[in-house]
Design a protein around this ligand. Structure first.
Ligand code: MRU
Length: 352
């Protein structure tokens, strides 16, 4: 596999959606083609594509593909609209935590509701999906800009999960800040948590950093505290799947523990996320639905051919946890940084 400089997890062909199969990375670069909305929904459920912004973009294309399918099958305009709503509901049922999925589907629903005929709706849905994809990359570059401004000329940054180009339409959020910091000439070393159980850090973040020659060390999750206690980490930057109106942030399981360790050691702890990751309908992180995934992700190593726990072992596998806003130094968005976020600051930020 050669080096990829401008990593993109998806390609729209005009008829179908190509997705890099993130389950196969970093060992193989394989693309799968989604020709119908059900295969898009399955790709999200099965983690072919993952990461909050990426699943939003992919779901939008799922609606665009579904609308083309539905146009061929529907009896009349009412039937056409009802069938697209079913497509939207199916895509909404794929993963519960990342709000970007529902944000993108809401945008697609608005287009559907505003349309007056089938042909125009199909065209407008495709245009909207393309816009959502384009905007995501622009948004991430702005997050990168604001994030890099917070950093000194030399930083050792710890990150968790994969928040890079693969988790978005391109460039990334927390990893986008790291990219931007390197692009602006800062001396950056990254500590990558492997991110048990699905190993997004080891498989995807390490791979992305390697594509761009950004220096990093891969560590197991339980080593993070050790390096913090020795003063070897100067900053932590993570992504987000959903941020409540008081700033409580759901992100990959293990993020909460990092935030507690960061507080203990006086290390700045930043969340980088687009404004589409905020869910202002929720008062606090307690209301964020946390996905619980298959026990197999814990019982087997990622490649599934090697069991690592006894038969009949009882497993819990929450995919996300919630970091209380008190543990967050700042939330970096495309519109600027919310320092020491709380309900008042977030509401003020969104009222501008
Ligand atoms: O289960 P995943 O891989 O979809 O979880 C991804 C994360 O938790 C990311 O940190 C988050 O979605 C932000 S991605 C820019």
């Amino acid at each position: 596999m050669g080096r990829i400089k401008d990593i993109r997890p998806l390609k729209w062909t005009g008829e179908s959606l190509l997705l890099i199969d993130q389950r196969k990375l970093p060992l193989k670069e394989e693309w799968i083609e989604c020709k119908d909305y059900e295969s898009v929904a399955k790709a999200i459920e099965d983690m072919v594509v993952r990461g909050a912004p990426a699943i939003g973009v992919v779901a939008a294309y799922g609606v665009a593909i579904g609308a083309k399918q539905v146009m061929k099958e529907s009896k009349n305009f009412i039937d056409f609209k009802a069938k697209i709503e079913n497509v939207i509901n199916r895509l909404a049922s794929t993963r519960p935590t990342a709000v970007n999925l529902f944000w993108a589907l809401k945008k697609m629903k608005k287009i559907l509701e505003a349309g007056t005929n089938e042909k125009d709706i199909v065209a407008a849905l495709e245009t909207e999906a393309i816009n959502i994809e384009k905007q995501d990359v622009e948004t991430n570059k702005k997050i990168g800009y604001f994030g890099a401004e917070l950093l000194g000329s030399k930083e050792v940054i710890l990150t968790h999960c994969n928040t890079g180009a693969l988790a978005t339409a391109g460039y990334g959020t927390a990893l986008g800040v790291i990219r931007a910091a390197v692009e602006t000439g800062r001396d950056i070393l990254v500590y990558v948590d492997e991110t048990r159980p699905y190993l997004q850090g080891a498989r995807l973040t390490a791979w992305e950093l390697q594509q761009e020659d950004i220096p990093y060390y891969l560590i197991t999750d339980n080593m993070a505290g050790y390096f913090m206690s020795r003063g070897e980490i100067t900053c932590i930057i993570v992504g987000a799947d959903r941020i409540a109106s008081n700033g409580d942030t759901a992100n990959k399981i293990g993020t909460y523990s990092l935030s507690v360790l960061a507080k203990e050691h006086g290390i700045p702890f930043y969340v980088a996320a687009p404004t589409s990751t905020f869910d202002l309908t929720l008062k606090s992180g307690k209301e964020i639905p946390i996905e619980e995934r298959s026990p197999d992700e814990v019982l087997f190593c990622h490649c599934k051919d090697c069991r690592i726990a006894p038969y009949n072992a009882k497993v819990r596998n929450p995919a996300f946890d919630v970091t209380p806003h008190e543990n967050i130094t700042g939330i970096i968005t495309e519109k600027g940084v919310i320092n020491s976020p709380d309900e008042e600051k977030i509401l003020e930020f969104f009222s501008k």
